[in-house]
Every structure is written in C-alpha cells, then in structure tokens.
Design a binder for this molecule. Sequence first.
Ligand code: HAM
Length: 413
Amino acid sequence: MASNDFQPLQGMSDISAPNIYIWRMIEEKARAIFTCYGYEELRTPVLEKLSVFQRSIGDATDVVKKEMYSFKPSKHEIAMRPEGTAGTIRHLAGQGEEGLNARVFYIAPMFRYERPQAGRKRQFHQIGVEATGVPNPLADAECIALQKHLLDEWGLSGSRIQISTRGEPSDRKPVADGLRSALQPHLDDLCDDCQRRIDENVLRVIDCKNPSCGKIVDQIPSAIEFMSEESRNYLDQVIQALEGMGIEVEVDPKLVRGLDYYVHTVWEITHGALGAQNAIAGGGRYEIALGKKGVPGVGFAMGMERVITSLEACGITADQFAPEGGIWLISLGADALTENMKLCRELRAKGIRCGMDLEAKSMKAQMRKANRVGAEKVIIRGEDELANGTVVIKDMNEGSQNTVSLEDIIRDA
Ligand code: HAM
C-alpha cells in the first residue's frame, strides 16, 4: 500500500488521542456554559438542499460560488454544509412562533472546498449559536459576552474582538454609492481584483488584503459614515452594553464579513498565534429570508481547530486533559483471569477506569502493559489471593505494595 493510502483527504484530519482530549474539554465546557445561557443543542444533517445555502449565505459569496461540495444524486442539487447558520434557520423557520424566539447551539463539522493552508481546512469544526428574535442591541451584546465567557473558561488569553456594522438593508445603496465615488479618484491604484470588485461588490475592496488597496481605503470615509443615524445608534448601543459588562471591543469599519445575510452588528475575534488566517470566530446579526418569512437572529461560530491552535500558544495542551491513570489488574493463572473479569466489571460499574490483559501472560508482560497504559495502581491476584479473598495492590508512583481484602478494595474504590 502506498503511504498516502493511510492519509485522509487533503485539508481533512483524523482527530485521535491524545489530541482528542483538548477537543473534549472544549466541547464539555461549551455545553455547560450554553446551558447557563438557556441554549438547547441542535443537530441538523450534514447535507441540505443547495438552495438552503444559496438563498441565505448569498449566491455571490465566495462560500457559495467557489467553496461548496455539491452534487445532484436525484431531483435536487444538494450540498455539504459550509456553515451552521443556514441549516439552523431552515429548521427554526419550520417550528412556528417558538422557532422565531429560540436559542440553539451546535458543535459540528463543516465543509469548504478551499485551498488548504495553515488554519484553513476543507473539513473543519465549528461551535456556534443562533438566537432568533427581533433586532435588539442587547441581544447582540449578550451573544458577544457569551463568546467571551467561553474563551475565558477555556483559558484563552490574548484574543481581540473587532466589531462593525453592515447597517440596515436600506443602507446598502447609500453605502455602495458613497464608497464607489470616494474610491473613483484612486481607481488606477487599486489592484486588478478591486478594479472589478468596485462595481460587483464594493465592500470587498474595503476588505482587500493588498497593502496598496489598504492604504487607499484608509484615506476614504468608512462605510459606517454613509449609514443612517439609526444604524450608527444601534452599533453604539451594542458597544455601550458591552462596556457596561466590562468587555472591550475595537471598532473596525474595515470589517466586512464574507456572508450576505448580515444586517447591523458584525464581529470577529482574532488571535495573534494564528498568522494570516487569524479569525478564531465570526458572528453577527442577520435576517434570513425563507419563503415569505424573514427570520431575524444573531449568532456566531468559532473555528475549533483555530481555538485549539490559540490555546496551545497559551500553553494549554491536550495532555493536560488526558484521563487519569486508573487501575490495571494482573492475573496469575486461569482462575485469576476469570475472577479479575468480575472485579473489573464491578470497578467499572463504579465509574473507575480499569483494564486487564484478556489472555494469560507472564507477570512481567502484564506489568509492562500496566506501565504502558500509565496505570496509577496495579491489583495482582494469583492462587493464594483467590484462596484468601485478598488482593495485592501496588502504587505505581510510590512503588509501595500491600495486601488487602477484596471487600475493602471494592468498598473503597
Ligand atoms: P465564518 O466567519 O465563515 O462564519 O466562520 C466562522 C469561523 O469558522 C471562522 O472565524 C474560523 O475560525 C472558522 N473557519 C471558517 N472557515 C474555515 C476553514 N476553512 N478552516 C478552518 N476554520 C475555518 C460563519 O460560518 C457564520 N455562520 C457565523 C455566524 C453564525 N454568524 C451568525 N451566526
């Protein structure tokens, strides 16, 4: 077999022990915090009709235009979800009034056919929330506060929250017109992509990573300046509510999220450990049209791979969350093997991590295995112990060894 027969597809990873321990820590803490904030878990299918993503994320976005894994097995074209918001809102919109005032979270794999690089994968994982309900700056602020709570609980320091606004849908035209006319005198100095984008989607010029475009964007008024007073007030109220909770944010008018469903508040959380793909999380308020309904909501998604890279840079690593050593049972002879099976079952029923070799092996081989699995204690049983109703218990750290009754072991375990 060629060695790449053992590799997953490009841009995808197996997640195995010991790395899995940090994934589990993140998920367990997140679930506990979501419960405190009144969020229920939602698991939607990986596959949806392609139209679910087209109509919410937007036909013209990179995610829909270039990055979807889609195919047509029968009548409908279907796609693997590139993000969690579209499917969540598809579900909630079908739940009647309750769905329009709901709080749900998801922890799930997402798929984008992007060029793989550090921090950018084709299968990645998001922890996200969506809270439906009419626009309210306090709901947006609470959502950001929840995210900050997660980061603190995981132990992540050094992240930055950048916030901006996309304004109301009615702001789109004045913003686009205003930016276009401000950019017009600098047209020749923009990169080739931006010369095209200025007509197609001028916000992408604001977002351009090319330094010469960045310099021009710094000279012109920001998109926010072309918005209505109501939209600017909305953002101010979100920022004030966050300040009231002691959460610092930076206003970054250049922040343009790459998904079309956003209205009003948008934000990203970045971390210095990440290099070019530095966003740990993105979120915002949105209005997603489904049939005749427009579903308003606010939410965020955090990229788990990027959270983990940032945590590692803060010295928080998977081995810190590995299961404790547990007990290894050593059996000398066939009868001890049978009796130890029973003892193992009783200890496990009490929630104790324990194990044993399931075939007769030498004492030396069994001790070697106990060391390899990192057992804290070893229980040894042979003919004498069986006859006396005792076990020999050895503390692997201290090296001390005692004979105790079987009853005591089960009772004190
Ligand atoms: P997004 O900014 O596209 O937003 O993705 C959120 C996060 O997912 C990013 O900040 C990043 O950490 C992670 N991510 C995205 N693409 C990749 C990739 N190719 N490889 C690794 N990580 C990646 C959304 O998905 C929105 N649905 C967020 C949202 C929820 N807005 C409102 N509600």
